[in-house]
Design a binder for this molecule. Sequence first.
Ligand code: SF4
Length: 98
Amino acid sequence: MTAATQMPRVEECVVASCAYNHTGDCHAFAITIGSPDHAHCHTFVQLPLRAGVAELTAQVGACQRADCRHNEQLECHAPAIRVGPDNDLADCITYDER
Ligand code: SF4
């Protein structure tokens, strides 16, 4: 039997220049976080179109930041995350080093 799991919601993203950002929120189905040196949002993309699904709020599909206290086996277990400028234009600012 497998336990039901829920991915963490992206409760806010202030990166207005991303195609998935509508009004301070992310509408990608799921995002991927992580780079070797910081918690970059790899789903961030600057294109002249409005992307994603208007009815959905993005969730964290995967995260490569194993050094974050919310990370277990490269999955995020935070209740929700926020995305915004930090080391880069679009980073997970909920990242918390162990
Ligand atoms: S809170 Fe931590 S584990 Fe969750 S997406 Fe951000 S960096 Fe990854």
